[in-house]
Design a protein around this ligand. Structure first.
Ligand code: PLP
Length: 375
C-alpha cells in the first residue's frame, strides 16, 4: 500500500504506541485519585503537557487536553462567544475554514451572533487588509486557520493576530493541519487560542489540545468533575495525551516531506498535460498537494488509484462522501469542473521516493486511460 492520505489521518507512530501501552496496563489509574498510582498517571499527563508548552512557547497551564480538533474548535469559538457575548456579538472568519469552525459559527448565528465570512484569493490566501476592514468595535473573535486541510495553504497568522489584538478581539487559529508539521510559536504569532489534533501527526485519534492564553477569558464547553483546572471536565485520556506528546516529539522531518511533495508536483506538472496545482506550492504545508486534472473526475482517479493500493483523496475526508464540490476550491474562485477534477495527495515522513515515483507513474497511466475513454 502507498498511503498518501495523511491529511485525513495518519498511521499511529511506533513511538506513540510505545508511550500509550503502559497507560493501558500498569499505569491505568485515574489521575484525579489521591493514591500513588494516580500520581503516576497524573505525571504522564503533565509530562505530555510540558512537551506541548515547550513546542508552542507557552506556559504548561495554558494547554488543555480535549477529544480532538473538532472539540477544540467548538470550545474556542463557543467559549469565546459566551465569555465575551456581553461585549459584542460579531465574529470574523473565512470561507475556506474546516466545517468544525464553519458549522460552529453557523450554530452561533442561530443564537444571535453575526458572522462575517471573508473571501480568499485564487491562491487560497486571506489578505490581512480584508480582516482589518472587517473588524468592528463589537468584533469579539477572529478565527483563521493556520493551514488549510485541502490545499495546505498557510495563512498570514501573525499579521492577522496582530490586527485582531489592535482591535481588542480574541484571535483563534485552527492549527489542526499545521501543528507538528511547521513551527508555531503562539506568543510570536499573536495567537490567543490554538486548536490541534493528535491523529494528524502520528498520534491517536480522539485526542487534541487547546492552547488558551492567560490573557483572555474562555467559558468551558464541557461541565462535570472539574478536570483540566475546571475548564474541561471528563476523566483524562492518559494514553491519548502520552501518545500525542510522543508523536509530537517524534514528528516528521519537514524538509524531507517537502522534498517528496516537490518531486510529486514536478512529475505531475511536467509529465501530465492539463494539470494545475491548487493553492500553489509557495507558503503551503510540507505534505499537502492539491492538483486539478483537466477532463477527468477526481473521484474516478481516487477509485482507480485505490484499486492499485494507492490511497489519496478528493478534498477533505469529512466532505468527500457528500458528493458536493469542495467549498475551499469554490471559495478560491474555481468553477465546478476544476473543483471536481481535484485530487489531494498528503504525504508523511514514512513515504519514500520510490512510492512517489510509483504514484506518479500510476497517475499518468490512469489519466491517459480515463481521457481516452472520455474522448
Ligand atoms: N480542523 C481541520 C483543519 C482539520 O483538518 C480537521 C480534521 O480533518 C479538524 C479540524 C477536525 O479534527 P479532528 O478530526 O481531530 O476532530
Amino acid at each position: 500500500m502507498i498511503y498518501l492520505d495523511n491529511a485525513a489521518t495518519t498511521k499511529l507512530k511506533r513511538s506513540a504506541l510505545d508511550a500509550m501501552l503502559p497507560c493501558f496496563s500498569e499505569n491505568f489509574a485515574n489521575p484525579s485519585a489521591i493514591h500513588l498510582a494516580a500520581g503516576k498517571a497524573r505525571r504522564a499527563v503533565e509530562e505530555a503537557r510540558a512537551v506541548f508548552a515547550e513546542g508552542l512557547g507557552c506556559a504548561e497551564d495554558e494547554i488543555y487536553f480535549t477529544s480532538g480538533g473538532t472539540e477544540s474548535d467548538n470550545w474556542a469559538i463557543v467559549g469565546t462567544a459566551e465569555a465575551y457575548g456581553n461585549k459584542g456579538r460579531h465574529i470574523i472568519t473565512q470561507k475556506t475554514e474546516h466545517h468544525a469552525v464553519l458549522n460552529t459559527c453557523e450554530a452561533l448565528k442561530k443564537k444571535g451572533f453575526e458572522v462575517t465570512y471573508l473571501d480568499v484569493d485564487e491562491y487560497g490566501v486571506l489578505s490581512p487588509e480584508s480582516v482589518e476592514k472587517a473588524l468592528r468595535h463589537d468584533t469579539i473573535l477572529v478565527s483563521v486557520m493556520a493551514a488549510n486541510n485541502e490545499t495546505g495553504v498557510m495563512q498570514k497568522i501573525s499579521e492577522i493576530g496582530k490586527l485582531a489584538h489592535k482591535n481588542k478581539s480574541v484571535f483563534h487559529t485552527d492549527a489542526v493541519q499545521a501543528f507538528g508539521h511547521v513551527k508555531l510559536n503562539v506568543k510570536d504569532m499573536n495567537i490567543d487560542l490554538l486548536s490541534a489534533s493528535a491523529h494528524k501527526i502520528g498520534g491517536p485519534k480522539g485526542t487534541g489540545l487547546l492552547y488558551k492564553s492567560y490573557d483572555i477569558m474562555l467559558s468551558p464547553l464541557i461541565y462535570g468533575g472539574g478536570q483540566e483546572r475546571n475548564m474541561r471536565s471528563g476523566t483524562e485520556n492518559v494514553p491519548g495525551a502520552a501518545g500525542f506528546a510522543a508523536a509530537f516529539k517524534d514528528r516528521d522531518d519537514e524538509d524531507k516531506v517537502r522534498e517528496l511533495k516537490c518531486r510529486l508536483s514536478d512529475r505531475i506538472l511536467n509529465e501530465i498535460a492539463g494539470t494545475h496545482i491548487n493553492g500553489g506550492t509557495k507558503d503551503t504545508l510540507p505534505g499537502i498537494l492539491n492538483v486539478s486534472i483537466d477532463g477527468v473526475k477526481g473521484e474516478s482517479i481516487i477509485m482507480r488509484l485505490s484499486s492499485l493500493g494507492i490511497y489519496a483523496s478528493t478534498g477533505s475526508a469529512c466532505t468527500s462522501r457528500s458528493g458536493e464540490s469542495s467549498h475551499v476550491l469554490k471559495a478560491m474562485g474555481f468553477g465546478k469542473e476544476r473543483c471536481d477534477s481535484s485530487v489531494r495527495f498528503s504525504l508523511c515522513g514514512d513515504n519514500t521516493t520510490k512510492e512517489i515515483d510509483e504514484a506518479a507513474e500510476a497517475l499518468k497511466e490512469i489519466v491517459s486511460d480515463l481521457r481516452n475513454i472520455l474522448k
